[in-house]
Design a protein around this ligand. Structure first.
Ligand SMILES: Cc1ncc(COP(=O)(O)O)c(C=O)c1O
Length: 385
């Protein structure tokens, strides 16, 4: 067997390591409260399930779905973008339904970079842009984010000479920082002038806890060279549906669409029909935002009382906590021994050392228990110092 060394030698996926740690702890009799994954745990909206069931009964299963997606879904997504961001997109040329956000994010580097190019990204960050670029044999140019820099990329530090794609996660996972439209505009302009693509992952766009909703790169007056990803996984708590979209520059959309026929990644028609129902409703999103806000308040207050620093921004579905005396791995281990599983920042890349990522997605009773465990964990951390 001749393995692809780019894949074979990639570092382990952080969430597989965490799943292993959880299994080990459970095998030792620890009843783990898991705040590691950003996986929604509230029940899926019933009207989406109903739409899925109805579509499953009606859609002809003998036929392949088409690579451009159902026209009605593209229209529903474009209508949502217009309602939410005030941006008008052509559903035929500027929108493409996908199997969630991860799938098109993972294919981008393969399509829009050549040997010798690099992929510019930030660290710490959601690992998929990095891992897919590695798998494509491309080099990486990570920019280390800092607390002082607001966890935002500095355009001056991007390796513009070689960059084929510049990645921004907005709101950022893991820190919750949001990029202003001005920053996105500057990045888009600089990408355009060098023939690079600005790729903006907006998977967490619907969860903000400050005064203003996060901006979208789709609001830019000039979207040439810009592509945005979003999904129902977080917005509607439908990670199991695998439904999202990419949108932006029609030329990027056209190239991705063409490539998808080679891959067989077109979403099932019955899934797309359920997605139409989800994008058409805001009430369930508003409820989810309020639920996350309550959990966020509870956990942030407990964490700060326990001596952690609430170090992140005000959006997304995670808290980003600075660890007293800065040893995130030690804090992670001590918390897990006390049955709380969170993500050590260093698992998410260089720059994450000294921080913990804590998800807001657990059920209320687990979140309340986690708030207590943060306090006992912090006492143990102080005792171990
Ligand atoms: C920043 C970011 N982008 C994309 C995804 C994947 O989303 P999806 O479930 O739509 O594939 C995640 C999942 O956690 C994420 O954190």
């Amino acid at each position: 067997m001749r393995l692809n060394p780019n894949i074979e030698h990639a570092p382990g996926y952080p969430f597989l390591r965490l799943a292993e740690a959880r299994r080990d702890a459970q095998a030792r009799g620890i009843n783990v409260v898991d705040l590691s994954m950003g996986q929604p745990t509230d029940p899926a909206p019933q009207f989406v399930r109903d739409a899925l069931i109805q579509a499953a009964a009606e859609v002809p299963l003998a036929a392949y779905p088409s690579a451009e997606g159902l026209p009605e879904l593209r229209v529903a997504i474009a209508a949502w973008i217009e309602r939410r961001f005030g941006a008008r997109l052509d559903p035929d040329r500027e929108v493409l339904p996908t199997l969630g956000a991860k799938e098109p994010i993972a294919t981008l580097a393969r399509l829009f970079a050549r040997e010798g190019d690099c992929i510019a990204l930030t660290s710490p960050s959601y690992p998929v842009p990095e891992r897919s670029a590695r798998a494509a044999g491309l080099s990486l140019s990570p920019q280390r984010l800092t607390h002082e820099g607001g966890w935002l990329p500095d355009p001056e530090l991007i390796e513009w000479r070689r960059a084929a794609i510049v990645w921004v996660v907005n709101p950022h996972n893991p820190t919750g920082a949001t990029s202003s439209l001005e920053l996105l505009d500057e990045l888009a302009q600089r990408c355009r002038s060098r023939g690079a693509i600005l790729a903006v992952d907006e998977t967490y766009s619907e969860f903000w806890f400050g005064p203003t909703p996060p901006a979208s790169a789709l609001q830019l007056d000039d979207r040439r060279g810009v592509v945005v990803f979003n999904s129902l996984s977080k917005r509607s708590g439908l990670a199991g549906l695998r439904s999202g979209f990419l949108a932006g520059d029609p030329e990027i959309v056209r190239r991705v669409r063409r490539h998808r026929s080679d891959l067989g990644t077109t979403p099932q028609a019955f899934v797309q029909r359920a997605a139409i129902a989800a994008w058409g409703d805001e009430a369930h999103v508003e409820h989810a935002r309020q639920r996350y806000a309550r959990k966020r308040e509870l956990l942030a207050a407990a964490a700060v009382r326990a001596g952690f620093l609430d170090a992140g921004g005000t959006a997304g579905i995670f808290l980003w906590l600075g660890v007293p005396r800065g040893d995130d791995l030690r804090a992670y281990e001590l918390l897990l021994e006390r049955s709380l599983l969170v993500v050590p920042g260093s698992y998410l890349g260089s720059g994450g050392e000294g921080y913990l990522r804590v998800a807001l997605t657990a059920q209320d009773e687990h979140t309340a228990r986690a708030a207590e465990l943060l306090q006992t964990g912090a006492r143990a951390l102080a005792g171990a110092a």
